[in-house]
Design a binder for this molecule. Sequence first.
Ligand SMILES: Cc1cc2nc3c(=O)[nH]c(=O)nc-3n(C[C@H](O)[C@H](O)[C@H](O)COP(=O)(O)OP(=O)(O)OC[C@H]3O[C@@H](n4cnc5c(N)ncnc54)[C@H](O)[C@@H]3O)c2cc1C
Length: 377
Amino acid sequence: MVEECTGCLGCIDICKVGALDVETTKDGFIYPKIDKDKCVECGKCISVCSFKNPIKKVYPQDTYIAISSDVTNTINSTSGGIFWELANAIISNGGYVCGCVLDQELNPVHIISNKIEDIVSMQGSKYIQSDMSTIYPQINKICQEKKDILFTGTPCQCSAIKLHFPNYEHLYLVDIVCHGVPSSALWKKNLNELNITKSNGKMQFRIKGKYDRTRYAISINNKIIDYKKNGYYTLFMKERSFRKSCYQCQFAEDKRVGDITIGDCNTWRDYANFYPDKPISILLVNSFKGEALFNMIKDNIEYENLDFEKEKKCNRQLSVPSDIKKRLHDYELYDITFGEKKLSDYSEGYKLVDYFKYIIKRILPIKLRNNIQGILK
Ligand SMILES: Cc1cc2nc3c(=O)[nH]c(=O)nc-3n(C[C@H](O)[C@H](O)[C@H](O)COP(=O)(O)OP(=O)(O)OC[C@H]3O[C@@H](n4cnc5c(N)ncnc54)[C@H](O)[C@@H]3O)c2cc1C
């Protein structure tokens, strides 16, 4: 096990002698495991490994704040619904989209599709490491058909895809600003504690509504669980449960790996006339292909120039990775994930001030609150 391994599993796909398999380590994350008796030392696994082959990243050419013009489409999105617009454009041109969904057992997995109902499932951030193991052969097939494919995922996942399919001209990469991923094993423990086996609708990690621009809460089966009332989500917010590689992420910087980068706009207060009551996205155009993508959607979105230098100061993952000092020790993660320790003991809990905020939000409309906060700042 190597701590820099991001868990993309590209090495397992490329190994044609079956010398690599998956193992789950004590902290709950999956890693490739080598069978030295089968390995023929061809080096293919190394050639697709992101940390062995640092990929060229580029400084964005153009930087915007953005939101889909049809805000009803964005209700399932985390911020401005830019992913939705990009995915639609690609599908309308006969292409495919690869993104993260929660499967029937609520496991996070990357799938490939050209169907709109699957794009709806891909919408929205799932704060868990997603499984990419099945997509490599499928992308290969699409390459042979010479169809467009839009891959969306964390920057390390984009890097893995770029290394795997270096010369495919119809591949478009969209990386999301990311500050780290907890393991799907920890997520399973959370579901067990919550007594949830499946979802009877769309499950979300961020909720938009009339009281909140965006609320960090799990919405499932008509229940809303605030992040402070959930141990899994509290650990995520406090950056305590991420994969080890996330704390030394080579992609947490202003130079990007994707053709386009999307993220939450953290300096939204500076754009008082740009949808102040809605969460908006940052949209970074990083390459010629990114420019082509932007041109495909620009008539379907509202956008303005972004002060990128200022955004970088507020959106930390555009400069540095999460702080390793915050991470729980492996043995503690093991105890929570597989042992007796309860995740619920890690929830921050609601304090008096939180109840107060909750009531204020229900009394004062978002716009008025924004104005007051703007004056107080
Ligand atoms: C784990 C994680 C951490 C993030 N941290 C930050 C941050 O610190 N700062 C910031 O500005 N933005 C962060 N984001 C990105 C942000 O939440 C939104 O994804 C982004 O603003 C785009 O919003 P959207 O409305 O355009 O798209 P959305 O509809 O929200 O869709 C975004 C895309 O994200 C992909 N996706 C969802 N979950 C995962 C996953 N687990 N793994 C890989 N891909 C996934 C989907 O395939 C979809 O294509 C994070 C996202 C994730 C998944």
